[in-house]
Design a protein around this ligand. Structure first.
Ligand code: NAD
Length: 252
């Protein structure tokens, strides 16, 4: 996939799930990694796993909904590793699925402040650091295709579709400055978030799985491959795209 050796990378929500898988895979490619999360135990564990495998990593406790936290997280990458080359904006906040008119304003703000504003804040400060560096690659984690909907998920797919829109506009704005910006649209993955949902909703996993042409739920490492490839020099001519890594989920 081209060398990530010595690159400076940042992953949000890297304390578990897809974020951890991305951080570990970036490190396996030789990148030094800032592990961002609000979960200190999970984030420290990811950083330890990377260091134990022989690569540099630092955990930064950062709530992506808070501009000061995001600024400090990006600054840490610049100070620790000399700049920022790659970022995977993965953190998301989940609320209970509900029809739109039943979503409280409080839940709407709580989820969108992370899923939309948080992703915006990350992109904003990452782009500033990458402009200083003379280029870089950002990957935003979405869900589902731009055109799909699902009952109960207006707060979630609405946010993800905002992410696809921000990805495309920013790719246009910063392509000429050497910054590539793409999104990955995962299908269902065996992350702690899915396991928690499955525990509360019997039949949830079976229903998802029945919808996947490949016939199984992904391991997060399989989706991390797509995100890390987009970060890598091998994807040097790819920008503004959404890469589905969903086992064909959104074909049906
Ligand atoms: N699991 C799936 O089936 C699935 C499917 C499609 C898309 N996705 C997307 O993949 C991404 C990762 O999902 P996951 O399943 O690994 O989730 P997860 O809940 O297992 O992990 C998310 C991580 O983000 C962190 N986080 C939450 N709020 C944060 C905040 N404000 N600031 C910083 N960190 C925060 C959590 O502490 C956690 O470590 C999300 O963007 C999600 O929407 C997941």
């Amino acid at each position: 996939m081209g060398s990530l050796a010595g690159k400076s990378a940042l992953v949000t929500g890297a304390g578990r799930g897809l974020g951890r898988a991305c951080a570990l895979l970036l490190a396996r490619g030789g990148a030094r990694v800032v592990v961002g999360d609000i979960d200190e135990a999970g984030g420290e564990e990811t950083a330890r796993l990377i260091r134990d495998a022989g690569t540099e990593a630092v955990f930064v406790r950062a709530d992506i909904a808070r501009a000061a936290d995001v600024q400090a997280m990006v600054q840490r990458a610049v100070e620790s590793f000399g700049g920022l080359d790659c970022a995977i904006n993965n953190a998301a906040r989940f609320i209970k699925p509900k029809p739109l008119a039943e979503i409280s304003e409080e839940d709407w703000v709580a989820s969108t402040s992370v899923n939309v504003t948080g992703t915006f804040l990350c992109m904003k400060h990452e782009i500033e650091a990458m402009l200083e560096r003379g280029g870089g690659s950002i990957v935003n984690i979405g869900s589902g295709r731009e055109t799909t909907g699902e009952k109960g998920l207006s707060w979630y797919l609405g946010a993800k579709q905002a992410i696809y829109g921000m990805t495309k506009c920013a790719a246009l704005e910063y392509g000429g400055k050497g910054i590539r910006i793409n999104a990955v649209a995962p299908g269902p993955m065996w992350t702690p978030a899915l396991r928690e949902t499955a525990a509360q909703n019997p039949g949830h996993v079976e229903a998802r799985q029945a919808h996947v042409p490949l016939g199984r739920i992904a391991e997060p490492e399989e989706v991390a491959e797509a995100a890390v490839w987009l970060c890598s020099p091998a994807a040097g001519y790819v920008t503004g795209t959404t890469l589905s890594a969903d086992g064909g989920y959104t074909l049906i």
